[in-house]
Write a protein that binds this ligand. Structure first.
Ligand code: MN
Ligand code: MN
Length: 293
């Protein structure tokens, strides 16, 4: 077996597992269930299945588009009317599958259909020689046909070993040019449709971080954080995963000195609703193989 075959098989294994776990996790999103229970059960399933999380399970509600997850001791409960994005990343030996779906606890069927249909249309256009800007043009058109806006400042992205956000960038809005797709490229396409402004902003709350530099830390809580995240090899982690107390002071110290990068919760305007769908794929000679389907 060639090196490439082994790599693609790891992507396929991660993708099949991600599909199974995402469906299970989405099934746990029910009125009255706590977000914390749902997140912990879903994350645990990845470990039990013999893989690892590429990032903390993202569960983002209503106007939040991405980067939310359960807080330590989180008491939030899913409620009637909620629109819940569940975004899962798993990896096998560093090879990542990134996939997301939206669970509608209200009356948001067309909005969910907008991001789902945009994703399917973009996947249908993937093949060698196509420019990423064409995919963004398709995504915007399908979402607008459904009566919504695409979120312009969130994008799909290339995947590489232990690297979540490589090239190419896949825009969610019309663009000229971009990267020309080639056989063997691996990336995720993730359209977001919104009833809001079409642009997400950073909230003050941060649940997810990644390590971006190695520096000695003296503060005990900072040392404990770095011990916890060392096996992540730079992949994101959750504040909830760090044991012990004084985690907040450790995190803020490590962000200030450039050791950690924070990923604030991203949201559209208050009162808006955002939907998301995402798949990971490998470009083939005449199309693509979706690993997460
Ligand atoms: Mn994702
Ligand atoms: Mn992604």
């Amino acid at each position: 077996m060639s090196m490439d075959d082994e790599v693609f098989d790891a992507y396929r294994e991660a993708g099949a597992l991600a599909r199974k776990v995402l469906r299970h996790g989405a099934g746990l999103v029910k009125e009255g269930t706590t977000l914390l229970d749902m997140v912990e059960e879903t994350e645990q399933m990845v470990i039990e299945e013999g893989a690892l999380l590429a990032f903390p399970l993202n569960v983002s509600s209503n106007d939040a588009a991405a980067h939310d997850t359960a807080m330590p001791g989180d008491e939030r409960v899913f409620a009637r009317g909620d629109l819940i994005k569940v975004d899962l990343g798993v990896h096998v030996d560093g090879y990542i599958a990134d996939t997301a779906m939206t669970v509608d606890l209200g009356n948001h069927g067309q909005l969910v259909e907008a991001s789902r249909a945009a994703l399917e249309a973009a996947i249908g256009a993937v093949r060698p020689g196509v420019a990423t800007g064409e995919l963004g043009t398709i995504i915007q058109a399908v979402i607008e046909e459904h009566g919504y806006k695409p979120v312009g400042n969130l994008t799909g992205h290339g995947l590489d070993r232990y690297d979540l956000h490589g090239k190419p960038m896949i825009p969610n809005i019309a663009m000229n040019g971009g990267t020309i797709l080639e056989e063997g490229m691996v990336f995720a396409i993730e359209p977001f449709a919104t009833t809001g402004s079409g642009k997400v902003a950073e909230a003050s709350r941060v649940e997810i971080y990644k390590q971006i530099a190695a520096r000695p830390a003296r503060l005990p809580s900072a040392r404990r954080i770095l011990e916890t995240v060392r096996p992540r090899r730079g992949l994101p982690f959750s504040r909830r995963w760090v044991p012990g107390d004084k985690v907040e002071i450790g995190l803020s110290t490590l962000v200030r000195n450039g050791t950690l990068h924070p990923f604030p919760v991203l949201h559209d305007i208050p009162g808006s609703f955002v939907s998301q769908n995402e798949h990971t794929m490998i470009v083939t000679a005449d199309g693509c193989e979706v690993t997460t389907r």
